[in-house]
Ligand binder design. Structure first.
Ligand SMILES: Cc1cc2nc3c(=O)[nH]c(=O)nc-3n(C[C@H](O)[C@H](O)[C@H](O)COP(=O)(O)OP(=O)(O)OC[C@H]3O[C@@H](n4cnc5c(N)ncnc54)[C@H](O)[C@@H]3O)c2cc1C
Length: 407
C-alpha cells in the first residue's frame, strides 16, 4: 500500500515525492510515461558526450532564497548569468533591449539619458492596454515592436500580438544601461552536474519507488494507494469532457557540430528570418569543455507535446471549468504547469509544490522545506573556481562516472 501515487516525475512531482518521503515518512510511488525522470527539465549526455537539454534550454533563476536553499540540498551549482542576442537588421544585438542594442541598431553613441528620451519619443501611449501589441507599442513604439517582437510572437504563437493577452508580454524589460543579462534574479545558476543528476538525488530515498514508461492509468486498480498527486494535463485527467485546452508546441532539432563554438552567445533569437525562433548552444549553459559543440533549434508547432498554454481569455474560461472539477475531486491534488494550465518557471513550480505540501500537512509554508531535511551538504561553487579554465574534461569524467553508476 502506497500513501501517495504521484503522476509525473518533473519538478512538481519530484519535490512532492521528496517532501512526503523524507519530510513525512510516507510511502510514495512516482510514475512517468516518459522513459526518464526530470520532466521537461531532463538533460543527458548525447552521443558526442555533450550535456544537452532534450526539451529546450532550461536556465535556473529565482528570487526565492527558500527555493534555492531547498534545491541546493540536491545539487551543487555553477553560477551562470544567461545572455541572449537577437538577429536584427543583419547584426546580432543584445536582448533585452539595452543601451548597446540601441546604439548598435541606430549607429549612435547615445548616453543612458539620451536613450531614455529617444525611447520616450518612439513610444505610442495606448489606453486601455489590452493586447500584447498594446503593451510593446506603448512602451517602445512601432519600429522596435516590429524589429523585435511582432514576427517573433507570430512565429511562437501563430497569432498576431494584437490577438494575444497583454499578459504574454506584460513586462517589456528595456534597460537604459548596459546590463546585458537576460534575467536579474538574485539567484542565477545551473545545477553543476545537470538537472537529471539533481532529480536522481531528490528521488534517492527508500520510501520512493519510481516507474518509468508508465501511464498512471496502467497502474490504477493494480497498485493500492491512499491519495494521488497529479501533475499531468488537467483536461486529459477528465477525458476532455469540456474539450481540449489549447497548447502551443515545439519541435526541437538537435545538432552536434565539429567545432568548439557555433555562435557568439548562449542563445540567438531570430525574430524575423527562418522558421525557427532561436538557437541554443549548450556548452555556454553547462560550462563543459569539449572539442565539439551541440545546439538546438526550436520550431514552433501547433501539434505535439503541450508546452505553452495559449493565453487567451476563452482558454482561461475553459480552464476554470476543469479547475472546478479538479477542486471537487476528492483525494487528488492537482499541481504543476500542466495540471493548472499555466506557464510556470521551474522555481515557481518548486514553490507551488512546497506550498501544496505545507497545506496537505497543515504546516506553515516556511516550515515545508525543512522538516525531515538532510542538512545542506552541497553549496554553490565559487564563481572564480568554476569560470577558470577547466583542468580536465568534465564531459568525459561525468559521462564515465554516470555510466559506471548505472551499470
Ligand atoms: C522550451 C521550454 C523552455 C523552458 N525554459 C525554462 C527556463 O529556462 N527556466 C525555467 O525556470 N523554466 C523553463 N521552462 C519551464 C519548465 O519546463 C517548467 O517550469 C517545469 O518543467 C514544470 O515542471 P512540472 O513538473 O510542472 O511539469 P513537467 O516537467 O512537464 O512534468 C510533468 C510530467 O508528467 C508526466 N505525465 C503527464 N501525464 C502523465 C500520465 N498520464 N502518466 C504518467 N506521467 C504523466 C510527463 O511525462 C512529465 O514528465 C521551460 C519550458 C519550456 C517548454
Amino acid at each position: 500500500m502506497f500513501d501517495y501515487l504521484i503522476v509525473g516525475a518533473g519538478f512538481a512531482g519530484s519535490v512532492l515525492a521528496e517532501r512526503l518521503a523524507a519530510g513525512s515518512n510516507m510511502r510514495v510511488l512516482i510514475v512517468d510515461r516518459r522513459p526518464h525522470i526530470g520532466g521537461n527539465a531532463y538533460d543527458h549526455y548525447n552521443e558526442a558526450g555533450i550535456l544537452v537539454h532534450r526539451y529546450g534550454p532550461h536556465i535556473f533563476h529565482t528570487n526565492s532564497k527558500e527555493v534555492f536553499d531547498y534545491l541546493s540540498r540536491f545539487t551543487m551549482w555553477r553560477p551562470y548569468e544567461h545572455r541572449v542576442q537577437a538577429s536584427v537588421d543583419g547584426q546580432l544585438v543584445p536582448m533585452p533591449i539595452n543601451l548597446d542594442t540601441i546604439n548598435a541598431l541606430y549607429n549612435t553613441n547615445m548616453s543612458s539619458h539620451e536613450m531614455a528620451q529617444f525611447i520616450a519619443s518612439l513610444a505610442e501611449p495606448r489606453e486601455p492596454v489590452r493586447t500584447s501589441e498594446d503593451v510593446v507599442v506603448s512602451k517602445v513604439g512601432r519600429e522596435l515592436y516590429e524589429k523585435f517582437f511582432k514576427n517573433y510572437t507570430r512565429k511562437q504563437w501563430d497569432l498576431d500580438p494584437s490577438e494575444l493577452d497583454a499578459s504574454v508580454t506584460a513586462r517589456v524589460p528595456i534597460r537604459t544601461n548596459r546590463d546585458n543579462r537576460y534575467f536579474t534574479d538574485t539567484y542565477q545558476a545551473m545545477p553543476l552536474h545537470g538537472y537529471t543528476r539533481m532529480f536522481e538525488n531528490m528521488l534517492d530515498h527508500p520510501n520512493i519507488k519510481i516507474m518509468l514508461n508508465t501511464d498512471y492509468r496502467e497502474v490504477i486498480g493494480l497498485v493500492p494507494f491512499r491519495e494521488m498527486i497529479y501533475t499531468g494535463p488537467v483536461d486529459e485527467f477528465f477525458d476532455y469532457v469540456y474539450g481540449k485546452l489549447p497548447y502551443r508546441s515545439l519541435e526541437f532539432r538537435h545538432e552536434t557540430h565539429d567545432t568548439p563554438t557555433f555562435q557568439p552567445a548562449p542563445v540567438v533569437n531570430y525574430p524575423n528570418e527562418h522558421s525557427y525562433t532561436r538557437i541554443t548552444e549548450f556548452k555556454y549553459l553547462t560550462g563543459q569543455n569539449h572539442p565539439k559543440t551541440s545546439i538546438v533549434y526550436e520550431h514552433p508547432r501547433a501539434e505535439g507535446d503541450p508546452y505553452y498554454p495559449v493565453p487567451r481569455p476563452e482558454n482561461q474560461e475553459l480552464y476554470k471549468q476543469y479547475k472546478a472539477l479538479a477542486d471537487s475531486t476528492p483525494n487528488v491534488h492537482f499541481v504543476g504547469r500542466l495540471a493548472t494550465y499555466r506557464y510556470y518557471n521551474m522555481d515557481q513550480v518548486t514553490a507551488q509544490a512546497l506550498t501544496l505540501y505545507a497545506r496537505m500537512k497543515g504546516m506553515r509554508r516556511s516550515e515545508a522545506a525543512d522538516v525531515g531535511a538532510t542538512p545542506t551538504l552541497l553549496t554553490t561553487i565559487p564563481a572564480t573556481i568554476v569560470r577558470a579554465p577547466e583542468p580536465r574534461d568534465l564531459a568525459g569524467e561525468t559521462t564515465a562516472t554516470t555510466r559506471a553508476k548505472r551499470k
